[in-house]
Design a protein around this ligand. Structure first.
Ligand code: HEM
Length: 346
């Protein structure tokens, strides 16, 4: 296996998807997603997933439908958290697979038995495809894909948000600036009853810098895998056909050559982004035809979460009750847990 920690090489590999390289997954992914489904996740099945994700997470749907729904969902979740004595922000994500598969297969079977009933969600799209004349997917793929999408949301968004609690607690100046930016939105809002808007989201420059910094430091995808389809020349070396290549965004995001003082949580480093190098070396969502179809959704979700947290909860919106020490293995974890109490404004 070849490991690449070079942004230029990674860029080249991303661009060669389907030509010199093809997407590949580790065996552990077979356990989480299902071997057959991963195998099929090339060609027509991948096109189907990308198509329905671009419909679901496309700009129009994000702006008009998901934004208000997400805001409500986040408000409800935080309200529920604040009603509890404390919550564990540690992401306990790995045990859910079995349950998730059962829930998903029950749900899909129920929906397939009454395809005329519409619920306006992802499962509707799967049911429509499965009931079409020439479906590009089968039931097993649909269940695995639905579970994988749920699982992916847990393992990507929840570590980022757990880290947000940690880094914002440890960096009061960041929390203060974040709060000021988000409170200004409420002060300037003409219609006080209106919810968070797309324009407001786009105006949150500091919040986006915080999200970039969280994403840079969390590295929720520690390895992105490819297999060579033929012998490939890279920087004077030949990678033989059939070899696996792991691109490591973490090795770039935490490399002092690319990011000064890389272990410091410093959202202001993104002010330099006009210099080009910061953004050029920042590829948390991949590039090219396999790039994450949920990138904009993920950023919007994190922005909304931070917005609700810092505007609806007290100046120090939460306090630690236990744990919170960070350990970095392939990804960041909290070995002793991380319990907090969310504190409402009044
Ligand atoms: C911080 C959040 C996230 C990060 C950093 C992230 C990162 C990535 C990266 C690097 C890839 C490209 C892998 C490759 O080139 O092989 C990817 C692909 C993908 N991501 Fe995300 N992701 C995030 C959130 C999500 C969420 C929330 C979902 C689903 C709800 C999602 C669904 C997918 C899917 C389906 C693919 C495969 C696309 C394809 O192969 O065509 N991601 N993600």
């Amino acid at each position: 296996m070849v490991v690449s920690a070079d942004p230029e090489v990674n860029r080249f590999i991303f661009q060669q998807e389907g030509k010199l390289f093809r997407s590949w997954y580790l065996e552990t992914a077979n356990i989480i997603i299902g071997e057959k489904t991963i195998d099929e996740f090339n060609g027509t099945a991948q096109k189907f997933v990308r198509n329905f994700m671009s419909g679901l997470f496309g700009l129009e749907c994000l702006k008009k439908e998901l934004l208000p729904e997400l805001e409500k969902h986040i408000e409800d979740s935080l309200a529920e958290w604040s009603a509890q004595p404390d919550i564990n922000v540690n992401d306990s994500t790995t045990d859910g697979k079995k349950n998730m598969l059962k829930i998903m297969s029950d749900l899909l079977r129920r929906r397939l038995s009454e395809p005329y009933k519409k619920h306006g969600d992802l499962v509707d799209i799967m049911v429509k495809e499965l009931k079409s004349e020439k479906p590009t997917i089968n039931e097993e793929f649909a269940i695995d894909a639905l579970s994988a999408l749920l699982f992916t949301s847990f393992v990507t968004l929840s570590p980022n948000l757990s880290l947000a609690f940690k880094f914002l607690s440890d960096n009061p100046n960041v929390l203060k600036t974040l709060k000021e930016e988000n409170e200004a939105i409420l002060i300037n809002r003409e219609d006080l009853s209106s919810g968070f808007t797309w324009q407001e989201y786009k105006s949150l420059t500091f919040t986006i810098m915080v999200i970039n910094e969280l994403t840079r430091m969390s590295n929720v995808t520690p390895g992105i895998f490819r297999k060579t389809l033929t012998d490939v020349q890279v920087n004077g070396y030949v990678i033989p056909a059939g070899w696996m290549v792991m691109m490591s965004p973490m090795s770039i995001h935490l490399n002092p050559i690319f990011f000064q003082d890389p272990l410091k949580f410093n959202p202001w480093r993104w002010l330099d982004e006009s210099k080009g190098s910061t953004l050029k070396n920042f590829v948390p969502f991949g590039l090219g035809i396999r790039a994450c179809p949920a990138a904009e959704f993920s950023k919007l979700f994190m922005a909304l979460f931070l917005h609700v947290l810092v505007t609806k909860y007290r100046r120090s919106s939460w306090k630690k009750t236990k744990g919170g020490e960070v350990s970095r293995r392939a990804i960041i974890t909290f070995p002793n847990g991380y319990q907090i109490k969310v504190l409402p404004k009044t």
